[in-house]
Design a binder for this molecule. Structure first.
Ligand code: NAD
Ligand code: 2HG
Length: 472
């Protein structure tokens, strides 16, 4: 049989491998045994994989991973331990450079600054999977990614506590004007005042968005003697003595401190603007550690100048610098100088989740998810693909292959796929859909090496196909 130009067949002790010059979405094979011991100690993937047969895309060292935005060492170690090629950069990249780099890679790891738009992703012909080493996934066009068979993973709550703790610190800092007093002392001025400085005990905290972070904050705030109210588009069980209020206006009218913990969506853009500042109590405080688009900042500047808002803490901005050392000036956000001139305003460089604990945990969680997806095809905890999980193939199952068929969710696909697989023994099969995209996984036995290319080609020829992978 003629060997296709891009697939040179080689053999190894436990499997036949292909040296591919194409994407790992092509054919996959078992790794050399030396690459199986390199996981970081304690990583979930390592423990789960102990007795499992590792299914890998061609030679593991051919898997190219680009990590941007200073992804934590824990994540880098796990990925390097797999034998993958890992390129690591501390900053994000401007769009043109990102497009150049993304063309070549199978995996990209980012945090909140890298914008993976449809324009960028359409250049990413080899891209299998995106790891967001953070909570937010608003920086990725999730729909485009799903429709092109690119899985996206994040870390949904590993930094939630860090954000909640920062907000508690900010509530006290604002109530006591600590930022201003500290700045004055740094400049050599003694200014001992108690006017308009408050205890937080007995004050009301209004939390907008009562999810992972909002609910953690609720617990901490009550422990400090605050009353907690919250507004969320979903009816949610109150923790402790907190109380859900029916509207945002109701929250704004009652809260002494307002803290925002909603995702970036079209509905949350300028959620707090001039009208909402009007609703707030005179002399109340605002904290935004969610996303920069959630607050209309020129309107906040006006409200603070008018004394309506007595203080604010901002951790996030509509446009954020790409790297440490870059300037936060009007070129980036037209109102930056006005903002910087305000009193009792805490400005932090998007550090809500930036603690050693959070970043280490995120590194492990996301890197583990990437390894499982690359090596086993499981989509558990993916934010954009249906969640499909099958137990790993074991070393006792040598002539097995795992078929992954990502396809458009249209009638008749399963029948056609099963016609193709019918010649083999389908040991397990699972399929699920999410919107327009469906994910099918099947483990088949008694597979000969020469069958694999045929199966893959047949699946590729179906109209419904988005992406086919064969792991063995
Ligand atoms: N500053 C940081 O470093 C940092 C760190 C982590 C997360 N974040 C941001 O915080 C956001 C919240 O994180 P989370 O983990 O708590 O998210 P989450 O998904 O657990 O909770 C978000 C809550 O907001 C609610 N919500 C959505 N739209 C709403 C609306 N229009 N009005 C009211 N409620 C609405 C949801 O129902 C949900 O309960 C993230 O999306 C991310 O953007 C920032
Ligand atoms: O670390 C980051 O860049 C993002 C932190 C935070 O906004 C998140 O979404 O988890």
């Amino acid at each position: 049989m003629a060997v296709p130009r891009d697939i040179a067949r080689t053999s190894s002790a436990n499997a036949v491998s292909y040296s591919l010059s194409v994407s790992p979405t092509a054919t996959f094979h078992s790794p050399p045994s030396s690459s199986q011991g390199g996981f970081m100690a304690g990583s979930l993937a390592q423990r789960a994989a102990a007795a499992a047969k590792q299914l890998k895309p061609f030679s593991t060292e051919d898997v190219k991973i680009l990590l941007l935005e200073n992804v934590n060492q824990t994540g880098r170690d796990i990925l390097k331990g797999q034998g993958y090629q890992v390129e690591f950069l501390k900053s994000s990249l401007p769009e043109d450079q990102l497009i150049e780099k993304i063309r070549d890679v199978h995996v990209i790891g980012i945090r909140s600054k890298t914008k993976l738009t449809a324009k960028v992703l359409q250049e990413a012909k080899n891209l299998l999977v995106i790891g967001c080493f953070c909570i937010g996934t608003n920086q990725v066009d999730l729909d485009y990614a799903a429709k092109h068979g690119i899985a996206v993973f994040n870390s949904p709550f590993a930094n939630s506590r860090s954000v909640a703790e920062l907000v508690i610190a900010e509530i006290i800092t604002l109530a006591r004007q600590l930022g201003d007093r500290s700045l004055e002392m740094h400049r050599g001025t003694w200014n001992k005042v108690s006017a308009k400085c408050w205890e937080i005990r007995g004050k009301t905290l209004g939390i907008v968005g009562y999810g992972h972070i909002g609910s953690q904050l609720s617990v901490l705030a009550e422990a400090m003697g605050m009353s907690v109210i919250y507004y969320d588009i979903v009816t949610l069980m109150a923790i402790g003595s907190a109380r859900q209020v029916p509207t945002l206006d109701a929250l704004l009218e009652e809260a002494d401190f307002v803290s925002l913990h909603v995702p970036e969506t079209p509905e949350t853009k300028n959620l707090l603007s001039a009208k909402q500042f009007e609703r707030m109590k005179d002399g109340s405080y605002l904290i935004n550690a969610s996303r920069g688009t959630v607050v209309d900042i020129p309107a906040l500047i006006k409200a603070m100048r008018a004394g309506k808002v007595a203080g604010a803490a901002l951790d996030v901005y509509p446009n954020e610098p790409a790297a440490n050392g870059d300037y936060f000036v009007n070129d980036l956000n037209s109102w930056a100088e006005d903002l910087r001139g305000l009193s009792n305003l805490i400005l932090t460089p998007h550090i809500g989740g930036s603690t050693e604990e959070a970043q280490r945990a995120i590194g492990v969680e996301v890197a583990d998810a990437l390894v499982r997806y690359i090596n086993q095809g499981t989509t558990l905890a993916s934010v954009n693909l249906p969640e499909v999980m099958m137990r790993s193939l074991t070393l006792e199952e040598p002539n097995h292959a795992r078929i992954i068929y990502i396809h458009r969710n249209v009638p008749g696909v399963l029948r056609k796929v099963n016609e193709i697989l019918a010649e083999h023994n389908v040991d397990k099969q699972i399929s699920d859909s999410k919107g327009d995209v469906a994910y099918l996984m099947a483990d088949i036995s008694d597979v000969k090496t020469e069958d694999i290319k045929e199966i893959r080609d047949s699946l590729d020829s179906l109209n419904s196909r988005i992406l086919t992978r064969v792991l063995y």
